[in-house]
Each structure stands twice: as structure tokens, then as C-alpha cells.
Design a protein around this ligand. Structure first.
Ligand SMILES: CC(C)(COP(=O)(O)OP(=O)(O)OC[C@H]1O[C@@H](n2cnc3c(N)ncnc32)[C@H](O)[C@@H]1OP(=O)(O)O)[C@@H](O)C(=O)NCCC(=O)NCCS
Length: 205
């Protein structure tokens, strides 16, 4: 009986609708609130934060998940030099704890990857759990010789090649290269031809 009730309940609850869109300045307060909730105050002490301190995210690569007009997820990418090569660092990714396992995190990830590839970027690096990020094509092998300016767990350093071979032989320090807050835009790794053909697929359920 209990099993039947569970099945009936599961089928009668429709998945919560959500949409992914570019982050707006009006999202910032809700984004910070969500990040505090997900990571706590210690988030500012993390080594990854050194890549983001005093920088703006890469242009066009900060995303918000919206549900019923409310911010429920966030994801941003940042310009870095990874062992001397232009790349992007992804993070933080966070989803409202009450709305997990609905595919919001996956939608943010897939949307970000499609947009970054469309803009001509060649690779993305992140620090995160391989069991989650491998489904999007991120692997430790791709970033095995890269290091961050501070302590980090080697097995959580993952890389994704948007162009085959983009991270081959990449070795050395990952350093921020993004636009400092309030300054001119950084040099982009985008290829004009790739940018022209960029197609953004709206992701929502
Ligand atoms: C990680 C996170 C963004 C996933 O968001 P989400 O919207 O629930 O993700 P999805 O719906 O796409 O995927 C959920 C699935 O991933 C799994 N998953 C979540 N975090 C995982 C992890 N760290 N390792 C392995 N699997 C994980 C869930 O168990 C779930 O599995 P299921 O589909 O079998 O139920 C969310 O759990 C979160 O905000 N966590 C706290 C912040 C964080 O750790 N961010 C990542 C580091 S930057």
C-alpha cells in the first residue's frame, strides 16, 4: 500500500518549471543569499575565491535559474590563465536546497557549456565533485598538472575541453585574468566566426 501511495504521489507531482537566463544586477542580493545558505561564511576563504576576488565574471557567462520569478540557482564562469593558456573557471554552482534533484543544476551546467562553446572558449576548469561533474564531461585527467594559488584537493580539480586537445599538456598555476570590477573588458578568447554561429538553446522544464 505504501509503495502504491508513493508511486501515485510521485506521478501526480509535476516537475517544478524553471528557466535559465543571463544574470541581472537585480539578482545579486538573492544570489549572495543563496550562496551563503549553500556554502556558509567560509566560502570567502576558499582557494577558488582567490580567482574571483575583485573580478567580474566573463561577459555573458553568469547565469540565473528562475522559478516563479524567484532566483533558485546560480552559476558563473571566470577568465583565467591555466598554465599560461586562456581558459574559464566555473563556480560557484548552487541550487536552492528545497529544489534539488529537479535538474536545475544540470540545466545551468549544460546552458553554460553551450554558451561558452558558442562564444569560442576552448576549455573550462572547476574544483568540484567528479561524481557530479563527470556527467557534463569534466575529468581530473584533463587538469592533472594545473594548480591553484592555495590549498585544494587534487582529485576535485577537473577540466573540460570544448576544443579537442585544448588542455593537452596544460601545466602550472591557474591565475585570474578577468576584468577587475569597474574596469575595461578583458581580452576575450572568443573567435569571431564561432561567435557568429553561437546558438543558445533555452533550457527549461
Ligand atoms: C550540486 C548542486 C548544484 C546540484 O543541483 P541540482 O539541481 O540538485 O542538480 P541536478 O538536479 O542536476 O542533479 C541532481 C543529482 O546529482 C546528484 N548530486 C548532487 N550533488 C552531488 C555530488 N556532490 N556528487 C555526486 N552527485 C551529486 C544528486 O544526488 C542527484 O542525483 P539523482 O538525480 O540521482 O537524484 C546542488 O546540490 C547544490 O547546490 N549543492 C550545494 C552547493 C555545491 O556543492 N555546489 C557545487 C560545488 S561548486
Amino acid at each position: 500500500m505504501k509503495a502504491l501511495q508513493k508511486t501515485v504521489l510521485k506521478k501526480s507531482v509535476a516537475p517544478a518549471p524553471f528557466a535559465i537566463r543571463a544574470e541581472r544586477s537585480s539578482d545579486v542580493a538573492a544570489r549572495e543569499e543563496l550562496l551563503d545558505l549553500c556554502f556558509g561564511d567560509s566560502r570567502f576563504a576558499r582557494t577558488c575565491q582567490r580567482i574571483r576576488d575583485g573580478r567580474l565574471p566573463a561577459e555573458g557567462l553568469a547565469f540565473t535559474a528562475i522559478r516563479h520569478g524567484r532566483l533558485v540557482g546560480t552559476l558563473r564562469l571566470w577568465h583565467v590563465a591555466a598554465g599560461g593558456r586562456a581558459s574559464l573557471m566555473l563556480g560557484p554552482l548552487a541550487v536552492d536546497p528545497k529544489l534539488r534533484s529537479l535538474g536545475i543544476g544540470a540545466a545551468l551546467m549544460r546552458h553554460a557549456i553551450v554558451v561558452a562553446a558558442g562564444l569560442g572558449y576552448e576549455s573550462i576548469i572547476l574544483l568540484g565533485d567528479a561524481p557530479y561533474y563527470e556527467r557534463f564531461g569534466f575529468f581530473a585527467e584533463k587538469a592533472k598538472d594545473l594548480v591553484l594559488p592555495g590549498p585544494f584537493e587534487r582529485e576535485r580539480m577537473l577540466g573540460l575541453e570544448l576544443r579537442e586537445g585544448a588542455l593537452a599538456g596544460a601545466a602550472g598555476m591557474i591565475l585570474p585574468t578577468g576584468k577587475a570590477s569597474g574596469e575595461a573588458a578583458p581580452r576575450k578568447a572568443a573567435k569571431p566566426s564561432a561567435r557568429r554561429t553561437a546558438r543558445v538553446v533555452p533550457l527549461a522544464v
